[in-house]
Design a protein around this ligand. Structure first.
Ligand code: BTN
Length: 273
């Protein structure tokens, strides 16, 4: 725990990572457009061999063009959040849906929050992290299939630590942060290290076993299970009651037409049941 803001620091993160540091290559930026964009461009420019097994990490004190899901922006001020991206090379195109990777990343986030005794955090399908219906963190995954059967995923994560009033007024969604939830200032270097270790573990398991390995754990964190919601898809809006997810992480809704399954969309709560 801290009394004031500690800046992101490579040496400290490597120390916290311990032997796990061998798996990661860290890039810390004071300011950058977007850590996701940085990693995507990095791999496009072939600066790194596709065969490299290192996990590249880009982390920034502030992003000037942070991106969210569905073309939205991700807003945060200097040092107020943990904003970072990692890449993952899937050795071959898995037989299961890579879209469920985002649900698995949500599990890593919840496990790490719990390890810091931050409780009552839930996941809104597919991967928003909520406390009391307010957004604490978000995940943006961008996939790039290359030659052969390999696929490179850039996994971007934003966690609100201590947002200023100015930042809050620039965010349209109902938002919260770790300071508001706990009254504590968490060390971003430590949280990042613990999260990198957990992400490496869960994504390795995901690569071997697929989403079904995590399904029951994911459902235990599912914010709107059994609730009446509206799902906005690129084509229309569907009302229904949330009724679990399938083995590929797609969402089931009980609608007027029966039990329907959806791969994309934004869920919002309609009313209390
Ligand atoms: C969302 O909830 O809409 C996803 C938000 C993802 C934000 C993170 S912050 C680090 C990484 N870089 C970006 O530009 N976006 C992701």
């Amino acid at each position: 725990m801290q009394n004031s803001l500690a800046l992101l620091d490579t040496e400290i993160i490597l120390k916290y990572l311990g032997v796990e540091s061998n798996y990661f290559s860290l890039n810390i930026f004071d300011s950058i457009e977007s850590t996701n964009t940085f990693l995507i461009d990095f791999f496009k420019s072939n600066k790194v061999s596709n065969k490299s097994s290192l996990i590249h990490v880009a982390v920034a004190e502030v992003q000037t063009k942070g991106r969210g899901r569905n073309g939205r922006s991700w807003v945060s001020g200097f040092g107020e959040s943990l904003t970072f991206s990692i890449n993952w090379h899937f050795k071959e195109q898995p037989s299961f849906q890579l879209s469920s990777l985002s649900l698995v990343v949500g599990i890593a986030l919840i496990r790490v929050f719990k390890s810091f005794s931050i409780e009552h955090i839930y996941l809104k399908w597919p991967n928003d992290v909520l406390f009391n219906h307010h957004k604490l963190a978000g995940v943006l995954i961008e996939l790039r299939s290359g030659m052969e059967k390999r696929c490179n995923a850039v996994i971007g994560i934003g966690i609100n630590f201590n947002l200023s009033n100015t930042t809050r007024t620039n965010i349209v969604t109902e938002t919260t942060d770790l300071f508001q939830i706990t009254g504590k200032l968490f060390d971003r270097n430590l949280v990042l290290s613990v999260l990198l270790i957990e992400l490496r573990k869960v994504i390795s398991d995901f690569e071997k076993f697929g989403f079904c390995f995590f399904k029951s754990e994911w459902l235990s964190y599912h914010a709107y299970e059994g609730k009446r919601v509206c799902l906005k898809t690129p084509k229309n809006q569907i009302m229904g009651i949330v009724n679990g997810v399938d083995d590929d992480g797609a969402l089931f809704l009980l609608t007027d037409s029966g039990r329907e399954i959806f791969n994309v969309g934004d869920v919002s709560l309609r009313e209390e049941n």
